[in-house]
Design a protein around this ligand. Sequence first.
Ligand code: 4AD
Ligand code: MG
Length: 441
Amino acid sequence: GDAKKTKIYALPELVGSKVRIQGWVHRLRAQKTNYFLIVRDGTAMVQVVLSGDCIRTLDALDLTVESTVEITGTVDKVKEGQTAPGGVEVIVDWWKIIGRAPGGDEAFEGRLRPDTEASIRADLRHLELRGETATAVMRFRAIMLRAFRDRFHARRVTEVTPPCMVQTSVEGGSTLFEFDYYGAKAYLTQSSQLYLETVLPSLGDVYCIQESFRAEKSLTRRHLSEYTHLEAELVFITFQDLLDHIEGLICEVVDVLLADPIASIIIKTLNPDFVPPSRPFMRLDYRDAIKYLNEHGITKEDGTDHVIGDDIAEAAERKMTDQINRPIMLMHFPKILKSFYMKSLDEAPDFTESVDVLVPGVGEVVGGSMRISDLQELMAGYKRDGIPPEPYYWFTDQRKYGTTEHGGYGLGVERFLAWFLKRYTVRECSLYPRWMGRATP
Ligand code: 4AD
Ligand code: MG
């Protein structure tokens, strides 16, 4: 009748009103004269009190956690000395079950036992997502992406949506997912960088938040085969500008989230010891990092010392970053380790104007560089990497039709979240994570 249909988040403003809400039973405490429910609808949770005739129904006997319910009742302030989400409760006068859940264990996060096997847990991701931790991570992820978009907008960086189906590779052939495209070979994109570069002359600075795909052949805490890649490309900049932009953006997004009423609570709950990084980030030349590793006894996987030209593997990178215990901008990687498009250092052409941002607990969260802007240099880059230049004509043309200095970066959204919310693995930071051997649910 006169009950106003409302979402749960709005209830604290509606004390004294009659309302109708719909949601899932998050918790259930049945006493002789009262049932106390916590009901959630995706916007918030509220305590709901059933008593009298309301619990003398067949539905009341049938009620289980995770059932869907519809309720009408009156919003009341919770009694002095009691706590409930939002400080209010709904005193029910009518209710019904919309869809009953079976109850029992193995139903959703709260009921997945701590020793539940990882593969069962992964099979039940759709139910795990109903749990408080997974919900908090996903909600935080949404607020974080909004903050990135907002900060880009403030910088006049325009969002674009490049294709995911491509016929060129950006980061080498070994991690390409290949598929049949009307009889031709095509790939799932590893990075949208090359496409971003092509629209600098029309749109200026651009970014995208798009899925990237990597056929990673190892199972680690930080590798997914599909991940959300936040990439930006900036024109008329120097390497210094690029470093400042990345650092500034990260710090601004951290500040926005710490000031956000919902995100800040999630940080306090999941990562209470979080300390916002202080600027400027430590800047470390690759050659000094090699020195650091050797001086601190951090060896390669085979137990030998690192030498200039070596890749710094995940374990060594993480050890170093955890020891230093603050974000590091690791710069100037050797040319032989990096892709064909990276610009050389003027004073040391065997090294590049490149940067990885490393953070404690995760390691690399950002990879970026200045790009080769000279046509002949780019042609030499293809040749060195054994890449046939023809399929890249549209990327090459960029150097023919008004070339300029430019650079950009890619940030792994799940890795950034794992750092921010102190999650053990990036798998917790993806809605339905994909890794080697897993593409379901
Ligand atoms: O370092 P990467 O490979 O750099 C690029 O793809 C550049 N083309 C980006 C650019 O300059 N526009 O990847 C960038 C970031 C990494 O720093 C990491 O955070 C993330 O993407 N990343 C992954 N995240 C999860 N799973 C994987 N398999 C990832 N591979 C890279
Ligand atoms: Mg990288």
